[in-house]
Structure formats: structure tokens, C-alpha cells
Design a protein around this ligand. Structure first.
Ligand code: NAD
Length: 480
């Protein structure tokens, strides 16, 4: 049987999410009615709209799905890809509900998508199409600062978010909170420092926290710290690029493999992530990159020896057809749903530790939450306290230096310490601090369930248990 035949036998992404949900719920004592209420998607809106482009009318199909409104607004990215469909959007919306609950971000789950290949359209056309899609959603309150707040996902970024925010403000000219209708905007259009890097940064913080727990590291058959670990990344887009870059530059990881649409690069001594990214931008792919070996069958590199595998492109890339050949002892799901339910079984039974998507890529929604709060408070984080904090630190430094001089001890503070201690936290430092705290706290909740309950065999089940229990508690407290 070919890999493709095996894949056809697998459940869809939507069914995979439900299988994983059901596996967790089986370990809980939950009324069946409530279980069903949490599992199902509340609503999915399909829109077909026409845009006048290239001398004719082109019809596009888009979706916005709301999984759970136990907290509002609901939140989730908008994806632009030809493969977008209702099933996928609903699976992603469900994941958003659980993700927000796990990282204690006060939102319900939602997701949107447009069937389009953004590379086929120029900037002006993309703006027309995005504004029209946004118009269709805004007029039905499916984009609204109090009800439904999208963000970037595959194929969208700051540019699309800026157009959406502007479209909302044109249609709601007196809404003073208009900027909060969407997150992931550019910093000069209501965005927040650190949003672009946030999901990749969250992957880095997740791995750092994982390596702070030796029992978890040992369960993966690894030891020591992140330093020197060999890493393979699939997808050098927003998430994959930032995760790989930070792990290489700040944690001493060796990025041995990068898999992209047009094949994979491999170098046992490590690839220069920045250089590969620049090459991709310039040449529209990795083909021809000089300092590494290139293989046309990119996905085959998922099966290469490494310590940490980071699928950061799209769903379903590790499936029943290749799961038993995956050698990495630790996989962190930077993408949403990269491992099918069937592959998850295979990997778990051979002891592979999987840091699940719902946790691993929650950095994006976490910093989106900070951006939304910033938009509603109409003030940049750190603006009120930064200089005051610096003044108080200066007082201590002055006093230490006076004591040292007066007592004749002659101690001096190192210039590096003084420089770092005296600098008050700006928005970027505060965002990173809030993200780090979120990733640590959420991991600890998951880890505790994983290590302490005999009936919980993996981190994914633990993550679902923590998340579902929180959503259920919210329904119980507030009613349906
Ligand atoms: P992106 O469009 O910036 O990057 C995706 C990358 O994957 C691109 O470089 C693309 O060329 C590559 N790619 C596409 N198909 C591939 C294939 N078959 N093999 C190898 N590489 C391939 O998207 P992104 O925003 O980085 O999102 C990636 C994943 O992370 C998605 O699953 C998304 O849902 C998830 N995610 C993103 C965010 C975010 O903040 N952007 C947040 C949470 C989760």
C-alpha cells in the first residue's frame, strides 16, 4: 500500500481533533450533554463573493467558524490557501477554544479561511479581495472587537490585518475601539511590538520550559539542555523561521535540516537560518541554496535522525504512512495539526514525546491578547512606568556606589550590569515577559497532569484535560 493509500484511510483533520478530544474526555467525569456541547462547532458561515479583477468578475469562497462562545470575543486566525475548506476551518476553530483555555487567554475559539493562493495575485488585487472578504464578515459581526477578533495565519500577515482593521473602521466610524477588531497589525497601525515573532518565540519558550523538567526530558530519551541539540524544521515561514532563528542564536541549537515546498536542505554542521530565509525570499524557494545538500523529496527529511523535529508548515504531514519511520524522540508541533490521530498513536506507543500544537503555537494568540488589551486601553505597555522604574534603579545604583566609596571597599558595578539594570522595560520586553510567563505556566499545568496521572499517557491528552476542564468550568459557572 502506498503512503497515499494509507493516508486516505485516516480520519480527517476535524475527526482527528474530535478523536483526541474524546480520548481526553474518556478520562473525565463529565455529563454527556456538556461533553457534546463543548465538542461541536457552534456555527460556520460560508461566504461567496465576487470581486472585479483582471477585467472580469472572480468569485471567491471564504469561511468563518465559531467553535465556542463560552468567552467572548472569540479569536482565531484567517488563513489564505487553496486547500481551505469547512472541515479544516472547524478543526482549527476547535483547537483555538482549547488553546485559549490552556494558556488562560479569555477568548472562545474561532477560525477563518479564504480559498486563494495569495502568490497568484498582486498587492492591489489582494487588497481588493481582502477588503471585500472583510466587508462580508464585518457586516455580520463576524469581525468585531467585542465579538470576533481574527489574526494572521498561513498566507496572511500584518498587511492583511491592517486592511481588515481599516475596513472595519470605515464601516464603524464612531467605534473608538475599532483597532481592536483584529490583531497582528503592523506596529504603526495599532499593532504591538513582538507580535510577528510571537508564535516562533513561544515555541522557543515552550522548549526551554520542557528542558527545565528533567523527568520529561528523560521520557523523550534525551538529556541535558537545549544547547547542541540537532533540530529539523519544516516550513521556514513566520513561525518556523522565528523558532529556528531564536533556537540557533540564543539557545545554541544546531539547525541541521530545513524542509520547504520545493524540497529540503540538510547540513550536519548546521544551516544559517537567516541566510536560508534571505535565499527563499530572493529565489522563491530553497532550490539552489549553496551551503547545504538539497533533496527534492522534502518530506523524507522528516524521517532523518535529529533530537527535535519542528513541523511548522501545515497539517497532516506526519501520518500513518510515515509515522513509524520518524526518528526524532521529541516533536514540537509548531503548526496546527501536523500529526494525524493515527500517527499520534504510532508515535506515542514507540515513546516519542510530542509537545502538542494547542500549547506549542499558543504564543501567537497570547501576544494577540496583549495587542487587543493595548488597543482597548489606548496606551502602549510600559509608557507610564518605564522612566519611573529607571529612576528607582538609578537610586539604588547611586547608593551602592556611595556606600562602596564611603566605606573604602572600592567595589565597582560592572558597566554591563549597570546598563542592563538601569534600562526600564519597554513594550517588547514586557510582551516577551508576559509570553514567557504564559508558556511556563501552561506547560507546568500540562506537565503535572502528564507525570502525576497514571491514566494520562502523553502531553496532548494532558493538554486537552486541562483545557476541557477549564471550558467546562466556565459553562458550569455561567450556564449555557
Ligand atoms: P506562513 O505562510 O508564514 O509559513 C508557512 C511556510 O510553510 C512557508 O514558508 C511555506 O513555503 C511552507 N510550506 C508550505 N507548504 C509546505 C510543504 N508542503 N512542505 C514544506 N513547507 C511548506 O505560515 P505561518 O504563519 O508560519 O503558519 C505555519 C503554521 O503555524 C500553520 O499551521 C498555522 O496554522 C500555524 N500557526 C501560525 C500562527 C501565526 O501566528 N502565524 C499562530 C499559531 C499557529
Amino acid at each position: 500500500m502506498s503512503d497515499e493509500d494509507v493516508r486516505i484511510q485516516e480520519p480527517s483533520f476535524r475527526e482527528s481533533v474530535d478523536i483526541m478530544f474524546n480520548r481526553a474526555v474518556a478520562l473525565m467525569n463529565m455529563a454527556p450533554g456538556l461533553e457534546e456541547k463543548i465538542r461541536v462547532c457552534n456555527a460556520t458561515y460560508t461566504v461567496r463573493f465576487g470581486v472585479r479583477v483582471r477585467g472580469g468578475i472572480q468569485t471567491f469562497t471564504g469561511y468563518r467558524s465559531v467553535h465556542s462562545e463560552h468567552m467572548e470575543p472569540v479569536k482565531g486566525g484567517i488563513r489564505y490557501a487553496l486547500s481551505v475548506n469547512q472541515n479544516e476551518v472547524e478543526a482549527l476553530a476547535a483547537l483555538m477554544t482549547y488553546k485559549c483555555a490552556l494558556v488562560e487567554v479569555p477568548y472562545g475559539g474561532s477560525k477563518g479561511g479564504l480559498c486563494i493562493d495569495p502568490r497568484e495575485w498582486d498587492d492591489q488585487e489582494m487588497e481588493l479581495i481582502t477588503r471585500r472578504f472583510a466587508y462580508e464578515l464585518i457586516k455580520r459581526d463576524m469581525i468585531n472587537p467585542a465579538q470576533n477578533v481574527p489574526a494572521p495565519d498561513m498566507g496572511t500577515g500584518e498587511r492583511e490585518m491592517a486592511w481588515i482593521a481599516d475596513q472595519y473602521k470605515r464601516m464603524n466610524t464612531t467605534d473608538i475601539n475599532g483597532n481592536a477588531c483584529v490583531t497582528g497589525k503592523p506596529p504603526n497601525a495599532g499593532g504591538i511590538a513582538g507580535r510577528v515573532e510571537a508564535t516562533g518565540r513561544g515555541v522557543q519558550y515552550a522548549l526551554r520550559e520542557f528542558f527545565r523538567h528533567p523527568d520529561g526530558v528523560a521520557a523523550a530519551g534525551l538529556s541535558g539542555s537545549l544547547r547542541g541539540k540537532h533540530v529539523i524544521v519544516q516550513g521556514l515561514g513566520n513561525v518556523g523561521f522565528h523558532a529556528a532563528k531564536f533556537l540557533q542564536d540564543e539557545d545554541g541549537c544546531v539547525i541541521t535540516g530545513i524542509i520547504e515546498r520545493d524540497g529540503a536542505l540538510f547540513s550536519p554542521d548546521g544551516l544559517d537560518v537567516e541566510a536560508v530565509r534571505s535565499w527563499i525570499i530572493k529565489h522563491d524557494g530553497i532550490t539552489g541554496y549553496p551551503d547545504a545538500s538539497h533533496q527534492a523529496d522534502g518530506a523524507a527529511l522528516l524521517e532523518q535522525d535529529c533530537d527535535i523535529l519542528i513541523p511548522a508548515a501545515l497539517e497532516g504531514v506526519i501520518h500513518l504512512g510515515n509515522a513509524d519511520r520518524i526518528k526524532a524522540p521529541l516533536i514540537i508541533e509548531a503548526a496546527n495539526g501536523p500529526i494525524t490521530a493515527g500517527a499520534d498513536e504510532v508515535l506515542s506507543s514507540k515513546g516519542t514525546v510530542i509537545i502538542p500544537d494547542m500549547y506549542a503555537n499558543a504564543g501567537g494568540v497570547t501576544v494577540s491578547y496583549f495587542e487587543w488589551v493595548k488597543n482597548l486601553s489606548h496606551i502602549r505597555f510600559g509608557r507610564m512606568q518605564r522612566r519611573q522604574e529607571e529612576g528607582r534603579h538609578q537610586l539604588i545604583v547611586d547608593e551602592l556606589e556611595r556606600l562602596s566609596a564611603d566605606s573604602g571597599i572600592g567595589w565597582t558595578l560592572s558597566p554591563d550590569f549597570k546598563e542592563r539594570y538601569l534600562r526600564g522595560a519597554g513594550e517588547l520586553e514586557l510582551v516577551r515577559s508576559g509570553l514567557d510567563d504564559t508558556m511556563r505556566t501552561a506547560y507546568q499545568a500540562m506537565h503535572k497532569v502528564w507525570r502525576e496521572r497514571d491514566d494520562v499517557r502523553d502531553l496532548r491528552t494532558a493538554a486537552y484535560l486541562v483545557a476541557i476542564e477549564r471550558v467546562a468550568a466556565s459553562y458550569r459557572a455561567k450556564g449555557l
